[in-house]
Design a protein around this ligand. Structure first.
Ligand SMILES: [Zn+2]
Ligand SMILES: [Zn+2]
Length: 113
């Protein structure tokens, strides 16, 4: 009479994992694509994408990318990375905050350390 401690059936076997260099969380992703295009939007970066299995035409969700400055993986959370023509992690945003327009500095200050 053992209690059922099995994890719920999550089908992650084909999913790969990247971990964000800022929040250290692991994120599953399906593909890391150069310049992914979806029906609704075009991503101008190489991004970690999740393919939404519930839509017929492959609709993908961007879960993160690589920092253009330090090349580490970073998630798409606004506290971890900022997209300003390229994606930058919170750390590089702080280090290089003089290259961002003033309007973004408030956002950068809210980001994780
Ligand atoms: Zn993160
Ligand atoms: Zn960086």
């Amino acid at each position: 009479m053992e209690p059922d401690v099995k994890a719920p059936n999550i089908k992650l076997e084909r999913r790969k994992i990247f971990s964000c260099c800022i929040c250290k969380l692991n994120f599953p992703y399906d593909s890391y694509g150069p310049k992914c295009h979806t029906s609704t939007m075009a991503f101008l970066e190489d991004a970690y994408m999740i393919i939404d299995p519930f839509t017929t035409c492959s609709h993908s969700i961007c879960v993160g990318g690589k920092c253009a400055s330090c090349f580490r993986a970073v998630c798409a959370d606004s506290k971890c990375s900022l997209f300003f023509s390229k994606r930058f992690c919170a750390e590089c945003c702080r280090k290089n905050c003089d290259m961002f327009p003033e309007i973004l500095l408030g956002e950068i200050r809210q980001m994780r350390h």
